[in-house]
Design a protein around this ligand. Sequence first.
Ligand SMILES: Nc1nc2c(ncn2[C@@H]2O[C@H](COP(=O)(O)OP(=O)(O)OP(=O)(O)O)[C@@H](O)[C@H]2O)c(=O)[nH]1
Ligand SMILES: [Mg+2]
Length: 683
Amino acid sequence: MGTRAGGRRTGPKCIAIVGPFASGKTTLLEAILARTGAIPRQNPVSSGSTVSDHSPEARAHAMSVEATFATTEFMGEQLTFVDCPGSIEFSFEAEPVLAACDVAVVVAEADEKKIPALQLIMRKLDDLGVPRILFLNKVDKAIAGVRDTLKMLQPASSVPLLLRQIPLRKDSVVIGSIDLALERAYIYREYAESEVADIPGDDKARELEARFSMLETLADHDDQLMEQLLEEIEPPKDEIFDDLAADLREGIVTPVLIGTAEKGNGVLRLLKAIRHDAPDVEATRKRLGAPDGNQTVVQVMKTIHTAHGGKLSVSRVLSGQVADAAELFLSSGETAKVSGIYKMLGKDQSKLAIAKTGDTVALGKLDNVKTGETLSLAKGGIKPLATLTPPQPVFAFALRPKERKDEVKMSAAIQRLAEEDPSLSLSHNQDSAETVLSGHGEMHLRVVRERLEGKNQIPVEGHTPAVPYRETIRKQAQQRGRHKKQSGGHGQFGDVVIEIKPLPRGSGFQFSDTITGGVVPKTYIQSVETGIRDYLKSGPLGFPVVDVAVNLSDGSYHAVDSSDMAFQMAAKLAMKEGMAACSPVLLEPVMKVEIVTPSEATSKIIALIPQRRGQILGYDARPDWPGWDVVEATMPQAEIGDLIIELRSATAGVASYRAVFDHMAELTGRLADEAMNTSGKAA
Ligand SMILES: Nc1nc2c(ncn2[C@@H]2O[C@H](COP(=O)(O)OP(=O)(O)OP(=O)(O)O)[C@@H](O)[C@H]2O)c(=O)[nH]1
Ligand SMILES: [Mg+2]
């Protein structure tokens, strides 16, 4: 003991605040900023004027919708906090932040329903190797004891949750906390520093028991401490602190602090734990495998297009320093010139002359730089330190401006929004000529739309994207098509006999001819195929035709009047009449869907699959995900449009799915009529 901590880290730190939705992250940041004097007072989230949730979209929905950065100073050291949204729909915001932060404060509460959401976050931190402190918030309203709460939350964490504080109660109201390492009591005062007190006699036994269990956990990684415990020797406090710090940094335990963010309670202890125990940028650099030495390396955590100041790339300086007007290299070898360096406090920025190692700052006008990129002063750039792969989108809508004149403006605005939010994707639907936005849920896309209409002043119309229906035939037929026109001089003449046949699903279109004796000359056979292909773009039901074979078996031509056009016309005529006799039928895309869900909701999820015309293929434990299942099914694409809404409501927001195209299936009856009415010929 004693040597493991290796001294306190004093450089500027970057701390991500993460946790399940509505656990109190924004409230905690506000409390931290008030306590450290960065803002005059702590505003409640309901006021709509917190440093984090200042955007109209966040206020409208009473939830955080993007990562917010705030730099403050605590006891002479610089700390940048990043308040990340809790909703799974905005969870991708945290990804580039977590990559470059030193430690995460996971804000949790005693709510059983939020355990799977907590598990998702803990796993993300495991994957990225980010050390974490758990802040058990809302102890003011907790009914269960903290130790029971930790037992309940433990399955969400792969490493032991280590209780460092227990609440101090009076008449079952929490009035303070006891720090188990310091063995001191703290009496809470609203929005002010707690008062230090002796541990009340009645609480001594509880304190000793909790303390012993903390020491036992620490002793799992410290043989000397284990011996001391066995021999009932009181370990020195300093050595306990060293262990706590080392275990946090190595990620082998998650220390748990408690508090009531809303009243600013427990905040100072948290700040002190960050100051004393959290690693700084040096450890983060190692974790990312950044090059050693003093060369400048910068990791981009977020991109913001401000209303007036242009583009900002909020970045962590992992090593070296960045001066204004510096030329930075992207990994691609391109360069970008810094124009303005800013310290962030929510939407407010203050100009800096230089950014030093460990600082988290906004760099101005790096036009060609994206979120997640690694920049450096090394000529030609260095390879990216983190990869950013957004999950497959689960919700989409089609979009067009209310006024045609806004089309160009809208697409430019969407490009900017997609740059700010890499989890948003944009595509163009060829079939329906729609612009389709895809993202991570209904709220996610609603916020995008609000940004288009609010910040960008572009009124838009949105609707469910069209399903790419197709049509085919069930019967075969033979049909003659004659195109003959005799108007004045040059006539038009084409005459074909075709056989139309259904093909197996997935075959597409096949053309052949069995012309003998040149009754239709070679060049006109080509024209016939062209005419048929053109016809197939929209069949009798109004959709592209697939899985059809057409053979040209006979016909005739005229030496003067026949032409390419005339044969194309004849072929189309034959198709039009022939297809009607082939019993056309609508085809809809059916997807293979893989749903992941906490096991307790599996039966609910399975029950909703047949309601969406799905077929369950099976379900099983999700490999390597204790407490989760995977359900596999096939489901028509038309039924998947809003599937995520139902999945999320059945699972307190955590279930998700992936879908890949599987096959086309016949659709008949009322649903086929509806499809034709909305997007087919009848429309
Ligand atoms: N009782 C109690 N309520 C709290 C406490 N901290 C926050 N809340 C309430 O919890 C709700 C959510 O608080 P936020 O700070 O917005 O939570 P958040 O984690 O930032 O939410 P998202 O960013 O949307 O995930 C609000 O109604 C807060 O007033 C607390 O310590 N005690
Ligand atoms: Mg929030």
